[in-house]
Design a protein around this ligand. Structure first.
Ligand SMILES: [Zn+2]
Length: 163
């Protein structure tokens, strides 16, 4: 089911999300809804709090706009081993429409997570995949792109967002 995407500054977007204890029907439905809502938006990543569910789940499909769909679900994700190398790129957010912010991130990270079937995975991500995963992971911590900006940049982008 396509769910409404909450828009910043909805308070749900500033809360730390709780770990998923059991992968039950509720979690399976959540993941289906996240993917359907992401593709409909259209976007390349979506986190549970963006549809008002404060659980540590996000979905990603970074290349579907250029080819076939590869829907991926990340439950209780963890980020480790951020590279010293940094990259800065323009990021949009489905919860902050029409705003693009240049955010500095690690160029590569190691992402570990649980999949819908309960199996655990570890993968080294680089480039845009690493940016997308760090952006979605931030949502689970209650952090949006604005929170990553120096205050003067944040002020001018917020002003344009609210204008
Ligand atoms: Zn976002």
């Amino acid at each position: 089911m396509i769910r409404p995407i909450l828009l910043w500054p909805d308070p749900a977007l500033s809360q730390k999300c709780a770990p998923v204890a059991d992968i039950d029907d509720e979690v399976r439905t959540l993941c289906d809804d996240l993917l359907e809502t992401m593709y409909d938006a259209p976007g390349r990543g979506l986190a549970a709090p963006q549809i008002g569910v404060l659980a540590r789940v996000f979905v990603m499909d970074t290349k579907w706009k250029e080819g076939a769909r590869d829907p991926r679900v990340f439950i209780n994700p963890k980020i480790t081993q951020p590279s010293k190398a940094r990259q800065t790129g323009p990021e949009g957010c489905l919860s902050i429409p029409d705003v693009t912010a240049d955010i500095e991130r690690a160029e590569a990270i190691t992402l570990s997570w649980t999949a819908l079937d309960g199996s655990t995975h570890v993968e080294r991500l680089a480039g845009f995949d690493a940016i997308c995963a760090q952006h979605e992971f931030d949502h689970l911590e209650g952090i949006v792109t604005f929170d990553r900006l120096p205050s003067h940049q944040r002020q001018s982008l917020e002003a344009s967002y609210f204008a």
